[in-house]
Design a protein around this ligand. Structure first.
Ligand code: CA
Length: 566
């Protein structure tokens, strides 16, 4: 009897059992630099670390401490997590757990994919990472499943189908856990699909909510579509959102309209906005309810997905502190939005050449079309191409930038080329590309620099410094309190730059091209930096760049540290 009573008392006094990472761990972000518990190195997606053991003065002594094969030739776009000394990374065909300090693989769980799935992705077969919560890992698959694995063993715990890959749907982005809900996006904007977000119960996989990202006729925004175009209207959600726990809002970017040719989505000469293509959505994680939206590129003709990372920052705007979202949009403008209301605070070019718009009107929040864009919106079948800058790959592609909360600078790999653009007619066929335009090469810049790494002031869009690259970079960016900016090249070099002036301080050849996302973390007093290597992605596939023909494929993880740190 005594023992029985003691048991009840003990049970009542213990908190609900929860395994790492907990909600508090996910909120830790830069305050817990030993744990990289989320995609983005924090809910704010800032990708800036307070670690400074590796700094400007000693980065020359940075050496590899281990390298691990990922056993395939797919593009490695993953951002690893590091939780309690174990690293978790994804590739298209597997999830792996690695002892973070020694580099020894602890388990590898394969993803079994149907043979024909690789034909129904737009831009290569890749995966950008896992979410972790309560002892479980969550990832998407190329055939549009959401899978939960046991963090200790890699054993599959549940799987749910988000969509049918035969329609052109896939999942490539890392999931997000916010307020105890697992949120996943979807790819497939080039296939005439209808985009959405899903909410799942992380414990069981139970489907909690489904939020389409093109508005139906009975919903707010439904009148921005002609007829039933919204059913094939795009609006994919292929990159991971950010989360503000205080406002309890998740911010998620929405991609291009389907088809790209906007005249086929319009009626007569009247452009339709086609909500919520190319927008930022603020949603409640528990329900998927849309609290506000801001549309970057209404009626977008150019594949200017609004999916790029929506970074949370605190900025002085007009002399007052503001909680904002910043985004370097594919359309070439750098946006600052109030994150409570979605109000536009600033929108300025961050690239040197934009031909599609003359600017963004701050009052209405809408772009001011150039004459070329007015013509494009009204011409379902164009005789001759027009020259559009930035190209369909954008002024910045998906690879995430970092943001330093002390200097208030964003560090981004930006692109510097245009493309010839000509609309044509096309009928939608299930599971096939649906652009309704002639994609025919690129317009290269006169200076030969197809990409620039830039340090950008969010409020003006101006670059404090920029470094040009003949072959543009498609790797993610990491910055640190050591005054360093890390990123990778498609030709394989992992590089460190001085955050104050862009001077290159260090590089290491990783053996294949880099399209992955760097992280830094610490363990037992030593700072480590990790990057996945393995060429692929949209520019390697479609850029036609001869300089990449001798860059071999082959995925691996590299981890670096100062050779003389303890
Ligand atoms: Ca797209």
């Amino acid at each position: 009897m005594k023992n029985y009573l003691f048991g009840i008392m003990l049970a009542a006094s213990l908190p609900a059992w929860a395994a790492a990472p907990t909600d508090a761990d996910l909120k830790g972000g830069a305050k817990t630099p030993g744990e990289i518990a989320t995609y983005g190195m924090g809910y704010d997606l800032q990708r800036h670390s307070p670690l400074k053991q590796v700094n400007k003065a000693n980065v020359k002594r940075l050496v590899p401490v281990w390298n691990l094969s990922l056993s395939n030739n797919y593009p490695q776009e993953t951002q690893p997590l590091v939780i309690d000394g174990v690293m978790y990374a994804t590739t298209t065909d597997a999830t792996v757990a690695v002892d973070a300090v020694s580099g020894r693989q602890l388990w590898r769980t394969p993803v079994t994919l149907p043979q024909d799935v690789h034909a129904v992705t737009c831009c290569g077969s890749h995966n950008r990472g896992v979410a972790a919560y309560d002892g479980k890992l969550f990832r998407g698959t190329l055939d549009a499943f959401v899978v939960a694995l046991d963090m200790k063993t890699g054993k599959e715990l549940w799987r749910q189908q988000a969509a049918d890959y035969k329609d052109g749907y896939s999942i490539t982005g890392a999931p997000l856990v916010a307020d105890g809900v697992l949120i996943t996006g979807i790819s497939g904007g080039e296939f005439g699909t209808r985009g959405f977000l899903d909410g799942w119960d992380p414990a069981t996989g139970k489907h909690l909510w489904h939020r389409f990202t093109t508005a139906g006729p009975d919903e707010p925004g439904g009148d921005t579509w002609v007829g039933d175009n919204y059913l094939r209207g795009g609006g994919p959600t292929w990159l991971t959102g950010s989360y503000d726990p205080d406002l309890d809002l998740v911010y998620w970017g929405v991609g291009n309209g389907g088809p790209w040719n906007p005249a086929l989505r319009n009626a007569g000469d009247k452009p339709h906005d086609d909500l919520y293509i190319c927008s930022a959505l603020a949603i409640k994680p528990k329900t998927g309810e849309i609290v506000w939206h801001y549309q970057f590129s209404p009626n977008d003709p150019y594949d200017y997905d609004g999916t790029n990372e929506l970074i949370l920052a605190d900025l002085q705007v007009g002399g007052a502190p503001h909680k904002v979202i910043i985004q370097a949009n594919r359309n070439g403008f750098f946006y600052v939005l109030d994150r409570a209301t979605g109000a536009l605070l600033a929108a300025n070019p961050f690239v040197d050449k934009i031909t599609w718009a003359k600017g963004i009107d701050l009052k209405s929040g809408r772009p001011i079309d150039s004459d070329i864009t007015t013509q494009v919106r009204n011409t379902p079948e164009m005789d001759k191409p027009v020259e559009i800058w930035p190209s369909a790959l954008g002024g910045k592609n998906w690879s995430p930038m970092s943001y330093d909360p002390h200097s208030h600078l964003a560090f981004a790999n930006t692109l510097n080329f245009g493309y010839p653009y000509r609309t044509e007619k096309q009928e939608h066929v299930r599971g096939q590309w649906f652009l309704a335009m002639d994609l025919n090469g690129w317009t290269w810049p006169e200076d030969g620099k197809r990409g620039y790494l830039r340090a950008i002031d969010p409020l003006t869009g101006k670059s404090k410094w920029k470094v040009g690259f003949d072959v543009p970079n498609f790797g993610g960016v990491l910055s640190t309190d050591g005054g360093l900016v890390f990123t990778g090249a498609l030709t394989g070099e992992f590089m460190a730059f001085d955050a104050a002036n862009g001077k290159k301080l260090w590089q290491f050849q990783t053996g294949s091209g880099i399209v992955g996302i760097p992280i830094t973390w610490e363990r037992n007093g030593r700072q480590y930096i990790t990057i996945a290597s393995g060429i692929g992605g949209v520019y390697a596939l479609f850029g036609g760049d001869e300089r990449l023909k001798n860059v071999p494929p082959g995925g691996s993880l590299w981890t670096f540290a100062l050779y003389d740190a303890k």
